[in-house]
Design a protein around this ligand. Structure first.
Ligand code: SF4
Ligand code: SF4
Ligand code: SF4
Ligand code: FES
Length: 325
């Protein structure tokens, strides 16, 4: 069968969806709830294309080509629909891509990661991050007005993390630090993506939860998204030039609630777009609960041991991720 994609006659291979045909001949179409090798169902609409034959906007990831179809994959109208779909997903997304402290540090120190190392007594790695940001680490922060502590989210819970004091404590660990020069190469700063999902204010319930549950040495909430490096939602939002979604975050799910699943695998409900990929692709693992705005993904306790860490790779956001520190 032949169809037309962007005014180009194209042969369709057996079983291919519109998205697969278009990608095969070189057109880029974004997708979140689609995964080629896995079971999937349309829900996000970021893969929207137009069938010019009848004027319909359709999800290209699940729609099979039919004779005479005339598909358009790029236009102002399509960009708007994709952008709106992303904004709607983000309106239900209560999370920080980046930690507020790191965002305001004039030296560009990855404070959240440094505190993560500090909390795990990995002082050499914490020190090397400080070295990357300051040419003279010994006097780091001495003349700074510490905007990081003013931006710190822990301040809204009880008292901001003492970031400058912790930096000084790390710098005092000289004996451990000088033994670990080889680890430096792994710690190059990552490139930042322009779009940032912002958490907004904590509810009283969330504050209570965080106060009772986050009692690590630094008391840092580790605001930065641990699944950020693989998050397609953030990348597409940046590509669509979304700065702030037009709609306020209305998620009914608690912010920063991190559920341990198994091994290094974690789940955060407030970052889940309910695409269902984890549900359709695990046997007796993840499952849907409720409907409408309150619909959520749950993992019954008895199912957790059957879940493989590799499922994190299928999740298009930072809702499911692995950490090994
Ligand atoms: S899941 Fe993606 S969009 Fe959400 S906070 Fe993490 S990186 Fe940002
Ligand atoms: S809680 Fe931790 S990561 Fe969040 S702003 Fe404060 S120091 Fe930064
Ligand atoms: S946790 Fe599951 S349902 Fe939620 S975004 Fe990830 S794959 Fe989709
Ligand atoms: S990727 Fe097609 S509807 Fe989500």
């Amino acid at each position: 069968m032949q169809i037309i994609i962007n005014e180009q006659e194209t042969a369709v291979l057996p079983g291919e969806t519109i998205l697969e045909t278009a990608r095969r001949i070189g057109y880029e179409i974004p997708s979140l709830c689609y995964s080629k090798a896995d079971k999937h169902k349309s829900s996000c609409m970021v893969c929207a294309v137009k069938n010019k034959q009848n004027g319909q906007i359709i999800p290209s990831c699940t729609t099979l080509p039919t004779p005479g179809m005339e598909i358009e994959t790029e236009s102002e109208e399509i960009r708007l629909i994709r952008s709106l779909s992303l904004e709607l997903l983000l309106s239900d997304h209560k999370a920080d891509c980046e930690a507020p402290c790191s965002m305001v540090c004039p030296a560009g120190l990855d404070i959240e990661m440094m505190l993560r190392y500090y909390d795990n007594q990995r002082y050499p790695e914490a020190y090397h991050l400080i070295q990357l940001a300051f040419s003279l680490p010994e006097i780091a922060c001495d003349t700074c007005k510490v905007p990081c502590e003013k931006a710190c989210r822990r301040g809204a819970v009880d008292k901001a993390v003492s970031i400058r004091a912790i930096i000084k404590t790390v710098l005092e660990q000289k004996a451990i630090i000088t033994d670990s020069e080889n680890e430096k190469a792994e710690l190059l700063p990552v490139q930042k993506i322009p779009f940032n999902s912002r958490l907004g204010r904590f509810t009283e319930k969330e504050k209570h939860y965080l106060k009772e549950n986050i009692k690590s040495e630094s008391r840092c909430l580790h605001c930065a998204c641990a699944g950020e490096s693989k998050c397609k939602l953030r990348r597409y939002a940046a590509n669509a030039k979304i700065k702030r979604p037009r709609y306020e975050a209305t998620s009914v799910f608690p912010a920063m609630h991190k559920e341990h699943i198994t091994g290094n695998l974690w789940f955060e409900q407030a970052k889940c777009i309910r695409c269902g990929l984890c549900v359709y692709n695990t046997d007796n693992g993840f499952t849907f609960k409720d409907r409408g705005f309150g619909m959520q993904i749950i993992i019954p306790a008895e199912n957790k041991k059957q879940i493989n860490e590799s499922i994190a790779g299928i999740c298009p956001t930072g809702a499911l991720y692995c950490v090994n520190h």
